[in-house]
Design a protein around this ligand. Structure first.
Ligand SMILES: [Zn+2]
Length: 444
């Protein structure tokens, strides 16, 4: 593309204006980025939610709780400080008794334009504006990812300094997971964090070779990423998305990325991927995987959005192939009632039972999508509300089923897939979580 002299001058003028505005109004922009976060990540607590009894709360506190998806690193809040807005930080995770949280990294969020029936990669990217306002790197999606990884590691390091009440620990392999379980069982205030990528859009771009794709995956692994979702809400170079405009399956580069993730010891996350991409990935995988955050199409009444959710055939395919489905808490995933969260879990278990899988409840987990620009119906600090729902519905979940869904399944997934892990180790490690003692309640 050749630029005319006039365009070059125009771009130069815009760049000078941009730098001027940024230098003079950076603090104002930063404040606006915080307001945007406050606006995008509210709670929509359902008035029909049950009030947990002392029994619900003590059972809740006896569980090892894991959540497969939160986009908190996208925002500028300090993970270690309790925030007045947004969904997740370490103090609130501790209050909700979360032991293990996957922190996912978003790098590009094109606007879902009202006149389009799909999300196009060419639509204006809201993350570019957000990151500019936050003073983060704007150029390069890889750079945006690396910045969020460093930000997380900085919080981990600070949480280990004297005076910090709760440790945040990066989980990289099976032995880290084992240590986390052991430390929590003796009552230590420590929360494990796993880094995940939501959309590897910069991987396998024009001119990339298979070796380039492998190198990009290795770079993520070396940086500490242990969960990898090829796509987000738009079609990219690895696969089509279930909200994308073409919705194709895994590309050749996508196959290499999924295969490499598997070889390295990363969990493959098939949230957001097209139906064809889901099937292509499952055919390649011989290890457990997850759909980190989703709802289902069955009984998906407005404001539930069928497109981004799993249909019954998808669910059958996933449970037959050792996949775990993280159920979200926001109305576009499950519908307008908190009680539907447990109904969705039950529906997945019913289909798994029909498929004749060994333990139907082994295929369900928590996938909150906290801080993912959604309006969850349950606060992380009051996650015992969800426990109460599983105990009070017409057909209450067996306590062991609730323990599996709330954390043991995620424990088994990571203990199987992370480096040093395998199914026997996972069974031994996560099985002992049956009798985990109550964690102490942190002071407010
Ligand atoms: Zn998502």
């Amino acid at each position: 593309m050749k630029l005319s002299l006039a365009s070059i001058i125009l771009l130069a003028v815009l760049a000078v204006i941009g730098v001027y505005v940024y230098q003079n109004y950076a603090s104002g922009l930063y404040y606006m980025a915080g307001r945007y976060d406050w606006m995008m990540n509210p709670y929509g607590v359902d008035p029909d939610a049950p009030e947990p009894t002392a029994g619900d709360t003590s059972f809740h506190r006896s569980m090892f709780i894991a959540d497969l998806h939160a986009d908190t690193l996208k925002w500028e809040r300090d993970l270690l400080n309790r925030s007045m807005f947004g969904h997740v930080d370490v103090p609130r995770l501790a209050q909700g008794n979360v032991a293990l949280q996957v922190f996912t990294i978003v790098t590009k969020s094109p606007l879902n334009l009202p006149w389009n029936s799909c999300v196009s990669a060419r639509s204006p990217d809201t993350n570019t504006l957000l990151f500019f306002m936050q003073g983060r790197p704007v150029a390069g999606l890889r750079e945006r990812a690396m910045y969020q990884i460093e930000r997380f590691k900085d919080a981990v390091a600070r949480s280990r300094e004297p005076g910090s009440e709760i440790e945040l620990r990066l989980i990289l392999d099976a032995s880290d997971l084992m240590q986390l379980v052991a430390d929590r069982m003796q009552g230590d205030q420590v929360i494990g964090g796993i880094l995940g990528v939501e959309g590897g859009h910069w991987i396998g771009g024009p001119g990339a070779s298979t070796e380039d794709v492998r190198a990009d995956m290795q770079e993520l692994f070396d940086a500490g990423v242990r969960q990898f979702a090829p796509t987000h809400r738009f079609d990219n170079t690895l696969s089509g998305s279930n909200e994308g405009c073409s919705r194709y399956g895994l590309t050749r580069h996508g196959e290499v990325a999924v295969q490499t993730a598997q070889e390295l010891g990363m969990v493959v996350d098939l949230a957001h991927i097209s139906q064809q991409g889901l099937r292509d990935s499952i055919a390649l995988l011989d290890q457990p995987f997850n759909i980190s955050h989703t709802g289902i199409r069955h009984a998906c009444d407005p404001p539930c959005v069928p497109d981004r959710n799993l249909d019954d055939d998808d669910i059958r395919e996933i449970v037959r192939n050792d996949g775990i489905i993280g159920v979200g808490y926001w109305p576009q995933a499950v519908g307008p009632s908190v009680w539907r969260i447990a109904d969705v879990m039950q529906h997945i278990m019913d289909l798994a039972e029909e498929e004749g899988v060994d333990q139907p409840q082994h295929h369900v987990a928590l996938g909150s999508d906290y801080d993912g620009s959604v309006t969850p119906m349950i606060e992380v600090s009051h996650l015992d509300v969800l426990t109460a729902i599983t105990r009070r519905r017409d057909q209450p979940f067996h306590p062991e089923v609730t323990r599996d869904i709330f954390g043991r399944n995620a424990c088994r997934l990571f203990a199987t897939v992370l480096p040093g892990g395998d199914p026997d180790f996972a069974r031994d490690l996560c099985g002992q979580l049956q009798h985990a003692p109550a964690a102490p309640v942190p002071e407010d």
